[in-house]
Design a protein around this ligand. Structure first.
Ligand code: SF4
Length: 697
């Protein structure tokens, strides 16, 4: 029997796991108590890693679509067909005719991150899409305009704060999002044990809310008004504290002026939260010696996502808790993406390019994913004619997924790299079968940059590749070489990791790949410490409190207040929710994660259920502007009246190598979400707040 230590790379939490195995037979998967970040914690998804390794229904050889269905082909044929098609279509229609869509697993795979940039360079397309714009793009937009770099994202210092306000997030289920905070239950409990307080504001009484000191319902999409009134209270009550950032800020006067018109009494009418409660939370946070406001997906995936994340930063700064122990902090990662793409002196963010069809802003060089269908459908220069999809499933993960699927009919070529035949890859001409979690080596470049403690950890692959599969990065490297007409130089992710560690913050202290290999539990580099002034990337070395793009977007917010919220045809607002045993759209083949009671239900408040005449277990028809679904109702006062909730990531059927079974008890929320609803400031999809009708069947 052997023991292997690694980091689970399914989600952002970075849990250390301990795997006991005999050869390729796994005996157990447990939390690694010596992992300095997760301290022994895991969730049920980590145990399912073995399911994905052994799953007979995974793709194990390259596939080509024929008139009679998919057939297995050689890697050489798969690469040759794909390269020739890309080059021919780019020759005929231009470089941008070939689009790339990256799914969320790319962020959890060091090989993909390291080999994507040369692949893009070889492809030379501006038609780039990813899951970022159906998730966290507003965080990047706030970071680039306020701090000068889209990857300079703050994380709450959970281990030292004494007051945690959570808006639109459910860290007890996610173990952190835009923050790697495994073992979150203990960490939240510790806040209360040291006399601190946790408050959750959300249209649903989430798992986190149930463990908090206080939970307040808030009307969907009114969060920006709530935040403006919180800042109003700080200013009005003379509670603004800037601490060590006082000499590094611009825009304070603009903020003081603009928040005057958002008193808590005005916010009460819009948010549904009493004015005195808004005042008391703001003042409690001002009085706490260490306090932090953490906003997440409920705020970033709504019509005012950019404003919400900007105002979250502004509140934390004005409350004296930015870049300060116990507040919002910045990790100092061993591999620092800012080292490789410094922006100082080059304020590219002052002129943001726009998408071809809808003229939406392109941040991180990406067209908003909500525009994917229209960029394929709309004729003219730059129209997309081919799609390369890497570890993504936009048919289920992008708003109005059915329109995306229909648009695929117009494409002349699709190639996908995936571990499964999916609702997207089933449309592909070529599918490259990729490796899964236990077959890859990993240094988490993305999420160690968002961890609540400075950590470095490298995990070697546990098992050899199973079947005739390749790592995603090998696929990217080979396509890159062929597109360039060159020999594949045979670089590995480890070569780049070694080089990046050598250029990193801890190189002088001897941190190297060799050292990490000798420390399989990871190396603890200590708690987060103030470092923003060293890492700021604005051209004048200041934090910009009031960038013009946000000030101008306030007009849109003000106009929305004056629009009547009553829509008789669609009286309910729908929000998403995350579940512990599911992740995005790809974990449904694991029997461990799919057994048990049906979790794909429409949560609805008892008052609303009474009006419609339904009870839990009834099947209801849910309609939005773009589509309709039938789903089981779950009547619960966990959700506020006027709001309904569906989980994300469902609608996926059980996969086999050549076909996908019809999804049972499972519908895609994105058959209701509307691709025309976006945060026009950031281009991010507005998945929350979608207007729906619920009917008894
Ligand atoms: S919380 Fe995330 S990283 Fe941790 S075990 Fe679960 S899936 Fe893996």
């Amino acid at each position: 029997m052997q023991t292997h230590y690694r980091t689970c790379n399914i989600c952002e939490a970075l849990c250390g796991i301990e795997i006991q195995h005999e050869g390729q037979n796994i005996l157990s998967i447990k939390g690694d108590p010596k992992d300095p970040l997760s301290r022994g914690h895991i969730c049920p998804k980590a145990v399912a890693l073995q399911d994905f390794y052994v799953d007979e229904d995974r793709l194990r050889a390259p596939l080509k679509k024929t008139a009679d269905g998919f057939i297995e082909i050689s890697w050489e044929e798969a690469f040759e067909i794909t390269t020739n098609k890309i080059l021919a279509l780019q020759e005929k229609y231009g470089k941008d005719a070939v689009a790339v869509f990256l799914g969320n697993p790319n962020a959890h795979n060091m090989g993909n991150l390291l080999f994507m940039r040369p692949f893009y360079k070889a492809l030379r397309t501006k038609s780039r899409f990813s899951a970022s714009s159906v998730d966290q793009m507003p965080h990047h937009v706030a970071a680039v305009h306020m701090l000068g770099h889209s990857l300079l994202n703050p994380v709450p210092d959970l281990d030292h704060t004494n007051y945690l306000l959570v808006m639109g997030g459910n860290p007890l289920v996610s173990n952190g999002s835009m923050m790697a905070s495994p073992d979150i239950a203990k960490r939240l409990r510790a806040i209360r044990e040291r006399g601190g307080k946790i408050v959750v504001i959300d249209p649903r009484r989430t798992e986190t809310a149930r463990k908090a000191d206080e939970h307040l319902f808030i009307k969907p999409e009114s969060d920006a008004i709530f935040l403006l009134s919180m800042i109003h209270v700080l200013v009005q009550e003379n509670k603004v504290r800037l601490n060590h950032l006082e000499d590094a800020l611009t825009g304070l006067e603009e903020i003081i002026t603009l928040v005057k018109k958002y008193p808590p009494e005005k916010a009460e009418q819009i948010t549904g939260i009493k004015a005195e409660k808004i005042r008391s939370i703001a003042l409690e946070m001002a009085a706490a010696d260490k306090a932090v406001l953490y906003s997440r997906m409920g705020l970033s995936t709504q019509t005012f996502g950019g404003l919400c994340i900007w105002l979250t930063n502004v509140f934390n700064i004005l409350n004296g808790n930015f870049d300060r122990v116990g507040g919002m902090m910045f990790p100092r990662p061993a591999i620092d993406p800012i080292t490789f793409s410094p922006k100082k002196g080059k304020p590219k963010y002052e002129s943001i390019p726009l998408s071809r069809v809808r003229k939406l802003p392109k941040y991180l060089g990406e067209i908003p994913a909500a525009s994917l269908a229209e960029e394929i459908e709309t004729e003219g220069e730059g129209q997309i004619k081919a799609l390369l999809c890497i570890a993504g499933n936009p048919v289920l993960s992008v708003p109005n997924g059915k329109r995306v699927e229909k648009a695929f009919e117009k494409l002349e070529f699709i190639a996908c790299a995936d571990i499964y035949l999916t609702e997207t890859s089933k449309h592909a001409d070529i599918i490259f079968p990729a490796t899964s979690g236990l077959e890859i080596s990993q240094y988490d470049i993305t999420f160690l940059n968002l961890a609540i403690r400075n950590i470095a950890k490298y995990s070697p692959a546990l098992f050899p590749k199973k079947g005739n599969v390749k790592h995603d990065w090998e696929i990217l490297a080979e396509l890159t070489a062929r597109l360039r007409g060159e020999e594949n130089p045979g670089h590995t992710p480890e070569m780049y990791v070694e080089m990046a560690l050598g250029m990193g913050h801890y190189a002088k202290e001897g941190l190297s790949l060799e050292k990490l290999k000798a420390h399989p539990h990871g190396i603890d580099l200590g708690p987060l410490t103030p470092c923003l002034k060293d890492r700021l990337q604005t051209d004048d070395d200041t934090i910009r409190l009031a960038p013009t793009v946000f000030l101008e977007d306030l007009k849109r917010l003000d106009e929305s207040i004056n629009i009547s919220n009553s829509q008789p045809d669609f009286p309910y607002q729908m929000i998403g929710r995350r579940l512990l045993r599911q992740h995005n759209t790809w974990t449904h083949n694991s029997h461990r994660l799919s057994k048990g009671k049906n979790e794909c239900t429409l949560m609805i408040n008892p008052k609303d259920a009474n009006k419609i005449g339904i009870t839990s277990g009834n099947t209801v028809l849910v309609k939005s502007r773009i589509g309709e679904i039938k789903v089981e109702a779950e009547v619960t006062d966990e959700i506020m009246a006027g709001v309904v909730s569906l989980p994300q990531g469902f609608g996926a059927g059980k996969k086999s190598k050549m076909k996908i079974a019809t999804a049972q008890n499972s519908v895609s929320i994105n058959d209701l979400t509307d691709d025309l609803r976006v945060d026009t400031l950031t281009g991010n999809a507005a998945l929350n707040g979608v207007r729906v009708q619920v009917l008894k069947l």
